[in-house]
Design a protein around this ligand. Structure first.
Ligand SMILES: Nc1nc2c(c(=O)[nH]1)N[C@H]1C(S)=C(S)[C@@H](COP(=O)(O)OP(=O)(O)OC[C@H]3O[C@@H](n4cnc5c(N)ncnc54)[C@H](O)[C@@H]3O)O[C@H]1N2
Ligand SMILES: O=P(O)(O)OP(=O)(O)O
Length: 168
């Protein structure tokens, strides 16, 4: 059931997936998990190529004006893992707390979580979130962000209402 109306992009970075050698299970899972937050206005799977990632993140933010872009894959230490480098190029500023929360919570599941260099940040009015490539990594990282997502996206879209919670 859709509880919010945000416009979302899902970008899968995978050499094997882009060649049709692996099902994009991670992209599909993101679509399922994000469904209550809005509609997937763009979905694409491309190889781990920095210039293509920069081009897509820029056009989905500046031209399509998506509220949220979720990437999966290419956050690790392999030679072709370039998603964070590409993301850093397009961001106006980072939202370190969201990336820290994903990594620190995931560390309770696997020490391998520290290997992901995923960034979260903002370009214009678009929140860009890197997620790891594996479906397990997607699930464990994205479920950390979801509770804060509607508030973050509403603020980014210009909601200027008071948001302080009462002191207890
Ligand atoms: N909370 C968690 N965080 C992380 C995990 C985890 O299990 N839980 N895994 C960690 C590991 S291990 C690594 S390494 C880093 C970085 O991962 P990458 O972003 O570089 O992931 P890739 O190399 O692109 O892919 C890894 C692996 O996953 C499978 N894969 C990739 N893409 C897809 C896809 N679209 N559909 C299905 N499966 C996919 C494939 O076996 C790849 O070899 O992240 C840590 N974080
Ligand atoms: O083919 P990819 O890019 O999904 O990555 P890996 O080499 O980690 O399977």
């Amino acid at each position: 059931m859709q509880e919010h109306n945000f416009r979302i992009g899902v970008l899968t970075l995978s050499d094997k997936g882009s060649r049709g050698e692996r099902e994009d299970e991670s992209g599909r899972l993101i679509g399922e998990m994000i469904a209550p937050f809005g509609s997937v206005a763009r979905y694409q799977i491309v190889p781990d190529e920095e210039s293509r990632i920069v081009m897509l993140l820029t056009s989905w933010s500046d031209e399509l004006k998506l509220n949220l872009i979720l990437t999966t894959g290419g956050t690790g230490l392999s030679e072709r893992d370039v998603t964070p480098q590409a993301t850093e190029q397009v961001l106006d500023y980072q939202v370190p707390g969201m990336a820290e929360a994903m990594r620190s919570t995931s560390m309770q599941k696997t020490p391998h979580a520290m290997i992901s260099r995923a960034l979260v940040g903002v370009r214009g009015k678009t929140l860009i979130v890197n997620l790891p490539g594996s479906p397990k990594g997607v699930k464990e990282n994205l479920e950390v962000l979801l509770p804060a997502l509607p508030h973050a996206l509403a603020k980014l879209a210009g909601d200027d209402s008071d948001c302080a919670e009462p002191v207890r």
